[in-house]
Design a protein. Structure first.
Length: 307
């Protein structure tokens, strides 16, 4: 049975957040509601400091709780159906992953739709990755993202491979959107069981992001990408999510290309339940797993000097 805090969080997702996502069409209003939800429900970790960081053309932020950062740097790409999401809503999660992994954790402030449609967000992610790669002090590098940010992270990974850029040591994605053709069976099958995601909201976000662009290309739908030579990948998702098949089929796609991929499926948790870190044991455990995974592929610098 799920913990009481998680049951309360899931009930809030189903009764409050999901109906709002379904009916509110304005990205501007959704962004304000996202921030309000963060103020009410996100637990700010003790000792959190936020430091501006310029990566390419974008102003990013280091999210730090004072932990040792000898495992390198994490670039985190946030979700929000490509149209919302901000530092206020993600700083607690990014800082928690960084602490769990011993990494310097960076929030990417990418351009969002509809003001900046595809491929603006992906271009921003690539520019930030290049900037981190150019500074050896940031290495080794890892990559993570959730939902729409998981889409961008995986699309960035296949770009990195195709262009011969510095590979991440490991990649972790949570409830990723991997196929913007929007044809996977769980989109319909889990429409009622998903506690958080309204398919109407998701479809509007994808349409705003694509702005008429063909989704049948790897930059938009990473499930169509070539990941030969990719580093280890961890994927989290829940079986009740509308995006469950996006995660499951992406796992199959990576595995078929020889990638060391780990798929951890839960049941009965809302989309990106990790956002409840600091409040629910389920989120804490999943964030700890991500931290362990990333740390296991980024040996501390002091040890690397002697290998």
């Amino acid at each position: 049975m799920r913990s009481l805090p998680q049951r309360i969080a899931t009930l809030n997702a189903r009764l409050v957040q999901k109906p709002l996502l379904a009916v509110v069409r304005s990205p501007q209003i959704l962004r304000r509601l996202f921030t309000l939800n963060a103020v009410l429900n996100a637990r700010t970790p003790a000792g959190l400091t936020l430091t501006p960081l310029q990566l390419g053309p974008r102003r990013c932020t280091l999210c730090d709780t004072g932990q040792a950062q000898d495992h390198g740097t994490l670039l985190y790409i946030h979700g929000g159906a490509f149209v919302m999401g901000n530092l206020r809503g993600y700083r607690h999660l990014i800082a928690a992953i960084g602490k769990a992994a011993g990494l310097r954790a960076v929030f990417l402030n990418y351009r969002m739709a509809p003001e900046h449609p595809f491929p603006a967000a992906l271009d921003d992610a690539e520019a930030a990755w290049r900037a981190l790669s150019d500074n050896p002090d940031y290495g080794p590098l890892t990559l993570a993202g959730d939902s729409a940010g998981g889409n961008i992270a995986l699309a960035l990974l296949q770009r990195i491979i195709a262009k011969g850029l510095t590979l991440p040591a490991a990649v972790a994605v949570m409830s990723p959107v991997t196929d913007l053709r929007m044809k996977n069976p769980s989109l319909a099958a889990n429409r009622r069981s998903d506690p958080l995601v309204s398919t109407r909201w998701g479809a509007r976000g994808v349409a705003a992001y694509l702005a008429g662009t063909d989704p049948a290309q790897p930059d938009a739908s990473p499930i169509l990408g070539d990941f030969t030579g990719a580093p280890p990948v961890l994927i989290h998702a829940d079986t009740t999510e509308v995006l469950f098949d996006d995660a499951r089929l992406m796992t199959d796609h990576l595995s078929a290309q020889g990638v060391d991929v780990t798929f951890h499926a839960q049941t009965g948790l809302p989309h990106v339940w990790h956002m409840g870190v600091g409040r629910t044991p389920e989120a804490d455990a999943s964030v700890a797993e991500i931290g362990t995974f990333l740390a296991s592929h980024t040996p501390p610098k002091a040890k690397r000097q002697y290998t």
